[in-house]
Design a protein around this ligand. Sequence first.
Ligand SMILES: *Cc1c(COP(=O)(O)O)cnc(C)c1O
Ligand SMILES: [Zn+2]
Length: 482
Amino acid sequence: MMHTDRDTFPSYRGEMEYVCQQCGARYSGQELYYTCPECSGVFLLQDLCFPRLLETPGQRWREIFDRRAMSKHPALRGIFRFYELISPILEVDDIVWLGEGNTPIVNANSGLQAVAGQPLAYKNDGQNPSASFKDRGMACALSAIKAMARKHSWDQVLTVCASTGDTSAAAAMYAAYVGPPVTSVVLLPQGRVTPQQLGQPLGSGAVVLELPGVFDDCMRVVEYLADHYRIALLNSKNSWRILGQESYAFEVAQWYDWDVSGKALFVPIGNAGNISAIMAGFIKLHRLGIISGLPRIFGVQSSHADPVYRYYSQPQGQRSYAPVSVSPSVAQAAMIGNPVSFPRVAALVQEYEKTGGEGSFNVIQVTEEAIMEGMLLANRHGHIACTQGGECMAGLLRAKELGLLEHKETAILDATAHSLKFMGFQEMYFQDRFPPEYGVHPRDELRNQPQPVLSEQDTAHLSAQDFAARAAEEIVRRLGLT
Ligand SMILES: *Cc1c(COP(=O)(O)O)cnc(C)c1O
Ligand SMILES: [Zn+2]
């Protein structure tokens, strides 16, 4: 009999439960919770049936995931290639796939490896459909919402998020795809978003509401709404998003044939959801015997928004966490002084270090200038890193400087968004227009500007043929062609 892809849709079903990271309370994963009703703590979602997955040997899992990598089944093309490890309560029709996941890992060329002095590669999460890694989490969150709407026969679901960037772009796009009964609402601080950031949710048809104030003001409004009305909040505390973002770790492991020892992953930290998910993902793979060793994780923060760095730079046993007030940062998507996922990081690092040992988790602090230089350096060698991807490059160079890397360790840098989303900072660098609070002074060799060849005046009276000849001659002169 012919094997269709539908035959291979997993039959395993788990049972998801929310676990509060603050008070330990547990709630059924069949319902929609944003934060703990007892204590407002953040959740991590757990599959209670996970021990059953342990009955399948690691080698078998590797074969299953490798076979699924060839599947043409849309529900298994993206993050749900790893169905059993993400949210194994969804039915095939609940799963939303818009092309997210399976982003390429691109090795640095020899020029960039020479500058970095280290084998390295970029994982281009900007090649997700809304051009950032946020799509991984949104694919999972909207699939879960779709499933709940179906089971409970909800006739209206408002998905709401406050955001100044990639979260709202992803939320609006996935909600637009799911369609009724889901409607997407985005709250933005008036006048504090770039045209690209505003354009994405508008283009997806979301209700875009603007409020005077900053992001935090919008956040308080959506949390008030969530406390009083039935809405689905898609902000960073949403634990379904964490599950989807674990797929980054699974894909890295699979790309390297399930051998990630000797690898060092560099990840920018903002609200710390992404780094939490990546650690949680590797821990799962390790528990199931799919990988035998953990890669090292290097979180990276700008000195303008570095609460996690500050926490981990204190001696073990004497650490205390304090939010910081941020200064403007080119790594704007990570410009957060009080990361909502900090409790998740604290819990996961303990577990990670238990298996990975000392040095398996690190946080590096970098300057704004190093972030810009890191981004430009990468992109001048053929990459498409955003400023946060540049932050990873800066983190790698800094970690080397600190002697934290083994000579042969391969660095995998997370380019969390596409460079196009953050073009404004590149332009400021090239034009030397950074406001002083960034502390960014461009280096001439990294700047680039369009060069006018001839003026209107020069060419006003030329025939088309003479124009071409004049222009070509001028270009020959400029380029020194012989
Ligand atoms: C959201 C975001 C980050 C920060 O990720 P966290 O999960 O908040 O730590 C980094 N880079 C980009 C491009 C983002 O959109
Ligand atoms: Zn709680």
